[in-house]
Design a binder for this molecule. Structure first.
Ligand code: GLN
Ligand code: ZN
Length: 756
């Protein structure tokens, strides 16, 4: 059986590309040095894949920033304001990716969005009425030839026209359908050139096909590919999908003259059923995505072999493939020196996945695969208990009843009780939690991690920062104070490190966007809390002031969404375990007189399934209860806040109200307050704090503009329900702009109150 990889990570196993790119951006190295590192990484990645006998090795999966942006440039989708800078092609590319401010002009970056249901972000191509889509770049061909010179015959990959046109933003009157002819001609030109260069295959990625497709979408797709494929020469076309199944277009894919179709059997719930029901054309090759490109667990060969057997009944030609690009997993376990082998043997990062391909190939070549040594070894990994079970947690989760998810008394009654208790002014002012993580704050944490200061010194430093921060919040007149989150490197990592059941890696970085990488914790075993995690700092802050202090926690859904989850138990089970642990923290904070507690669910919106029909059944049906479980045990007097970063939640607004928090703060300043109309329409009961200014920029908002923003909100929101706060946490901001902005916020609120 042949093997295929959809894409390989590209930042380098030690983030080499990140570091040289950042040096290049700062002007510390030349463009040639940047190119050299790129070439070295590509060569290394091809070689590793070749050594593992991969038959379909991708090229053009490398990127200096983002593959969608590469495709936009390949096809001449470069807005005029970037062209006008008169920069070199690569510099123009970086101007689109990061914005440009310099001698040639001043332009912002293109918008960035999450890539389907991953934590990767792509640059949104921007198309206006003057855009002419045509083949303009050479990167795809250059990298194909570069590999060829290294004796590696690759399959170039490119984002397909359907996905590209669906993801693009249209700023003029023309829409996707108006570009069908041009786009099809441009892709046909790519095929033609690959014919000339002697490529055997091209992989065209169309992940947009796994979303809900309307009849217009289907028509767009067919029109594009009828034209493109009519120009097909000798190069074979692999239509690659991932992140789900193609239930809306399976038969269309069978009918069109594709040579190969890539389907995802990991996340594609219906993929197998579709193949069985409708069959698979004999002359087409099925690239069966059986090795999970998104998670870090070893593949269970038993499951893979049985799926291949089942598929073989309907499919003549099968290639073993990854379920999606390996971009979404870290490079290699080789860099992990601290994890015990007993743990590591259960993991497969990108390089180890290549070994799995090689092993499966060897196993499948045996007359009796099930007797192959590699098979037996692999099955051994799945027998017995690999995780340390925590029976107490399992019992607690199993015993949950409806009552555990229901907070009493009901919202209205609580609201009255809390108003009487806190006696806050109208339009109470607060912040989202973190204050600037200055160089000193980070240096303190780093020194403690390195062991150059004691735990006591480390803590004392944080306590001093808290005292300063509380005093200053009080001085400028904020109503509900916070401790500032100085002890936290990251809102998920901090809790992961405090909880039992998470594992942390040293170098297991995954690209999030451009030069930014994240190192998600791994859920390993049952999650529990052995001791309080935030009580000391929050209680200390509370002891310093007579004003209410808000305790600050991260919610279970966000912790889970930003980790590598287990595959042997459901997301719901993991979320409930985390929820039980955070619930204990909530109750401890309450017992320590922290009467307002914020439970952040920054990432709740992010992991909504790609298909609307799955929203409830696959996600919200456990995500919302997980949040309710965290806070249902508190007294009526205790006020529960939550915070969300993405305010595009108008389509799940009722679910958000059903989280039954007392107050929700969210990002609104950049979305023209559009969300507020939705709140009104649905009779939203939770009190709201739509961010009045954007913390993603160092700009200090004026008192007048803040007053105007508040006034606008007051036109639509009952004053008894409205809170005043920034958009998100302040940790990435500088001290000076932070305090100046907050002073303006308090001043604006006072003036609005006075005018009532
Ligand atoms: N409480 C967190 C903070 O202020 C929330 C961060 C977030 O929403 N991403 O930093
Ligand atoms: Zn936020």
């Amino acid at each position: 059986m042949k093997t295929s990889i959809i894409g390989y990570p590209r930042v380098g196993s030690l983030r080499e590309l990140k570091f040289v790119s950042e040096q290049y951006f700062k002007g510390e190295i030349t463009i040639n040095e940047l190119h050299r590192t790129g070439a070295e990484l590509r060569a290394a990645h091809w070689k590793t894949q070749q050594e593992n006998g991969i038959d379909f090795i991708p090229s053009n999966d490398f990127s200096f920033y983002d593959g969608v942006l590469d495709t936009a440039c390949l096809l001449n989708i470069v807005p005029a304001r970037y062209q006008a800078l008169g920069l070199s092609p690569l510099e123009t590319y970086f101007a689109m990716a990061r914005g440009y401010q310099g001698e040639q002009g001043d332009v912002k970056a293109l918008a960035m969005k999450k890539w389907f249901n991953t934590n990767y972000h792509y640059m949104v191509p921007e198309i206006d009425d003057s855009t002419v889509i045509q083949l303009a770049g050479t990167k795809l061909f250059d990298e194909f030839q570069e590999a060829k010179q290294q004796q590696v015959a690759t399959k170039p990959v490119v984002i397909g026209p359907f996905t590209l046109l669906k993801l693009a933003k249209y700023t003029g009157t023309k829409q996707a359908a108006d570009f069908v002819g041009e786009a099809a001609a441009a892709y046909a030109a790519v095929l033609e050139q690959l014919n000339t260069l002697g490529a055997a295959w091209i992989q065209v990625d169309e992940p947009a096909l796994v979303t809900d497709l309307s009849p217009a979408d289907l028509a767009l797709f067919s029109k594009l590919y009828e034209q493109i494929l009519s120009a097909k020469g000798t190069v074979k076309v692999l239509l690659q999908t991932y992140f789900g199944d193609v239930r809306d277009c399976y038969q269309t894919l069978q009918t069109l003259p594709f040579d190969g179709i890539g389907l995802d059997f990991v996340e594609g719930k219906e993929s197998l059923a579709l193949v069985k029901q409708y069959g698979f054309a004999d002359h087409k090759v099925l690239f069966a995505g059986l090795i999970n490109g998104k998670n870090i667990w070893r593949n269970q060969y038993k499951r893979t072999l049985s799926l291949i057997e089942e598929l073989s009944a309907s499919v003549k030609q099968i290639v073993l493939s990854s379920s999606c690009s390996l971009l979404h997993v870290p490079y290699t376990l080789k860099n992990e020196s601290r994890l015990p082998d007993a743990t590591k043997r259960h993991f497969a990062f990108a390089e180890e996945k290549l070994q799995e391909f090689a092993e499966l190939k060897a196993v499948l070549a045996q007359p009796n695969p099930y007797a192959a040594a590699q098979y037996v070894h692999n099955e051994g990994l799945f027998n017995g208990t690999r995780f340390t079970n925590n029976e107490a947690v399992q019992a607690k989760a199993a015993a949950l009843t409806e009552a555990d998810f229901t907070r009493l008394p009901a919202f209205g009654e609580r609201e009255a009780i809390q108003k009487a208790k806190f006696n806050l002014p109208l339009l109470p002012t607060t912040t989202i939690g973190s204050f600037p993580q200055t160089a000193e704050v980070r240096a303190n944490r780093f020194a403690f991690k390195k062991g150059s200061i004691t735990e006591e010194q480390y803590k004392q430093f944080n306590l001093d920062r808290i005292a300063e921060c509380v005093a200053r919040q009080e001085a400028i007149g904020l109503d509900v104070l916070v401790h500032g989150e100085y002890e936290r490197n990251d809102m998920v990592e901090y809790f992961g490190e405090c909880l039992d059941g998470f594992i942390f890696t040293e170098k297991a970085w995954v690209q999030s966007y451009g030069t930014r990488c994240v190192k998600p914790p791994i859920v390993w075993g049952d999650i529990s809390r052995s001791k309080p995690m935030t009580v000391e700092y929050s209680a200390y802050a509370k002891s310093l002031t007579s004003k209410p202090v808000k305790g600050m926690l991260t919610g279970p859904v966000t912790i889970l969404n930003w980790s590598f989850p287990r595959e042997d138990i459901s997301l719901q089970d993991s979320a409930f375990q985390i929820a039980l642990a955070i619930r204990d923290e909530v109750l401890d904070l309450e017992a320590n007189r922290v009467a307002i507690i914020q439970i952040d669910e920054a990432a709740l919106r992010e992991k909504l399934p790609l298909r609307k029909s799955d929203w409830q059944s696959e996600y919200l049906s456990w995500a919302i209860p997980a949040f309710r479980l965290v806070h249902s045990g508190v007294q009526a007097e205790t006020q529960i806040h939550t915070h969300m970063c993405y305010s595009q939640f108008s389509d799940i607004i009722r679910d958000i109200d059903a989280m039954d928090a007392d107050v929700i703060t969210f990002e609104a300043s950049r979305s023209d307050l559009a969300i507020i109309d939705t709140l009104n329409e649905c009779g939203f009961q939770t009190e709201v704090g739509p961010g009045v200014y954007d913390i993603h920029s160092p700009r200090i908002p004026s008192v007048d503009e803040l007053k105007q923003g508040l006034q606008q909100m007051l036109d639509k929101i009952d004053i008894a329900k409205l809170w005043v706060n920034p958009d998100c946490g302040l940790k990435t901001r500088g001290e000076q702009e932070t305090w100046a902005s907050l002073e303006h916020l308090v001043q604006a609120t006072k003036e609005v109150r006075a005018a009532l």
